[in-house]
Design a protein around this ligand. Structure first.
Ligand code: ATP
Length: 483
């Protein structure tokens, strides 16, 4: 019988993938050849041997997200043991071993009888949570999973093992049309991947609406999500639809979902459950047909375990789950992406790629991930030389032959007339804006609290903007320009 994609909790068994390839895989060549490697999967079988759920099983392998055992319905190994916590213990494969971590349970986790906060297992052990004993068996004939040869999924580019392993799951997610959680640091491409999944599916010609929870003041979030009627509150002079209505028929991408407060999490849950929304001040419930994809830079497992994120909402959303690795963990993608950005976003006049920068690009840690790489290529094409500062930061040194900086209108005209995609053009403008805004804020306000008050932006979001805009690099560039 063919294995079913549908589990008995209504979730799809999509082989939840994470980014962590076993060590050694990163040595693969950047471009995939016809003899793409076929790495094997390390897998562990977990079987409940004692307790109320005898016989329950789960498998965790190095192609899956961490799984949990506990009494919450969210857990892959769901227990009815009253001595177990809702999310009691976490299992994940790490460097060929099974990492077992107690996630703050009330009664503790015991490996071979010894109370343990974290342990690395090789198979053959038992893990006890409450009255439940789970045996850990390493799979002897771990499956050999051929990697796809593709180096992109639609407009999403990536040839590293870690990224190629995501493509089959992405294909399933296109067809499945289920809610999806994408995790990853800022700039790793969560929105880019969400859009690629949207564009590959049946909603492609319907709206792809992006909403960033962290960029909207908390007091305006509810109205932004669900809309408001005229007169609903002071200043609501006109009725406005919320983003759910705007995305009707298409996909709603909600960024930084971990920033929603509990009240709004509940409203969001109800909207998703009923596919209906009601504007603030309105009386009418309106049906909406929206595919939800959410993203977060936080570890939602931790957010749920620590009670900051509702586990029923998480359960609704995390039907599909993808984690995008930071760029430093997939250095094989740097060259491919750099060449892509050079030819599509940066040197649109057909100038050849500057091969001499490759070494520098490859050895840099890219804290701002793919966004930083994209911006670096753009500014390299505009200003000239790539250099490394004493503390290892990459920055662009403005060469003497570089054209003078354009004024704002010229800059906008320049961006909009370069035949870039809408997303690339918007990114380029936003990058310049955010960077300059942050620089000005830094210069005019002494500390983070004052900057936050003056800008009306939370200090956490200011930090995100700082990583995005690489303010340090910008300052160096401005200093160079005025030297
Ligand atoms: N794999 C990729 N292929 C092509 N472009 C990419 C890829 N990853 C990221 N990008 C580009 O890098 C920039 C940043 O990506 P994106 O906005 O998707 O990141 P993010 O993870 O959603 O960031 P944030 O968490 O800050 O919102 C965008 O211009 C995007 O198009």
């Amino acid at each position: 019988m063919e294995p079913s994609n549908q589990s008995n909790d209504g979730h799809l068994n999509l082989g939840r993938l994470v980014n962590r390839p076993p060590s050694g895989w990163l040595d693969e060549p950047t471009l995939v050849s016809a003899t793409a490697s076929t790495p094997t999967t390390t897998a562990f079988h977990l079987t409940v041997k004692e307790g109320p759920n005898v016989g329950a099983t789960a498998v965790v392998d190095d192609g899956s997200c961490p799984i949990f055992a506990g009494t919450s319905e969210v857990c892959a190994l769901a227990l009815t043991d009253h001595q177990a916590s809702r999310r009691h213990v976490r299992f994940e494969v790490h460097n060929g071993q099974l990492r077992v971590s107690d996630v703050g349970s009330t009664n503790g986790t015991f490996v071979n009888g010894i109370r343990t906060v974290e342990a690395f297992l090789t198979g053959g052990e038992t893990v006890r949570v409450g009255a439940t004993v789970i045996s850990v068996i390493r799979a002897l004939n771990a499956a050999t999973t051929p990697l796809p040869l593709e180096t992109s999924f639609g407009s999403f580019i990536g040839a590293s093992v870690a990224i190629r392993r995501l493509y089959p799951l992405c294909k399933k997610l296109v067809d499945a049309q289920v809610p999806l959680v994408i995790e990853g640091e800022t700039g790793t491409g969560k929105e880019a991947l969400a859009e690629a999944i949207h564009r590959a599916g049946p909603r492609a010609d319907k709206p792809f609406v992006v909403f960033d929870c962290a960029s909207v003041p908390p007091s305006l979030l509810e109205g932004a999500l669900f809309g408001h009627e005229q007169g609903a509150y002071a200043g609501a002079n006109l009725s406005r639809p919320g983003i759910f209505e705007e995305a009707d028929g298409g996909t709603l991408f909600i960024d930084e979902i971990g920033d929603l407060d509990p009240g709004l999490q509940l409203r969001l849950l109800r909207a998703i459950q009923s596919s209906e929304v009601r504007r603030i001040g309105g009386h009418r419930w309106q049906k909406v047909d929206v595919r939800i994809i959410v993203a977060t830079r936080r570890d939602l497992d931790v957010e749920v375990a620590e009670g900051r994120f509702r586990d029923d909402l998480f359960f609704r959303l995390a039907v599909g789950r993808l984690a995008l690795p930071p760029l430093r963990e997939r250095p094989e993608d740097i060259e491919l992406l750099a060449r892509h950005f050079w030819s599509t976003n940066a040197a649109t006049d057909g100038r050849p790629f500057p091969e001499d920068v490759l070494g520098r690009l490859r050895s840099y840690a890219w804290p701002g991930n793919v966004r930083e790489l994209s911006n670096t290529m753009t500014r390299l094409a505009t200003y000239g030389e790539l250099a490394t500062s004493e503390d290892g930061e990459l920055f662009i040194r403005r060469s003497s032959s570089a054209p003078p900086p354009p004024n704002a209108v010229d800059f906008l005209d320049d961006v909009v007339t370069q035949n870039l995609t809408f997303a690339s053009a918007r990114d380029r403008v936003m990058f310049e804006f955010e960077r300059r805004y942050m620089l000005h804020l830094d210069r005019t306000h002494g500390d983070e609290r004052a900057r936050s008050a003056a800008s009306g932006v939370s200090d956490r979001y200011l930090r995100t903007l700082r990583v995005r805009g690489r303010v340090k690099e910008a300052r160096k560039e401005l200093e160079d320009r005025h030297a």
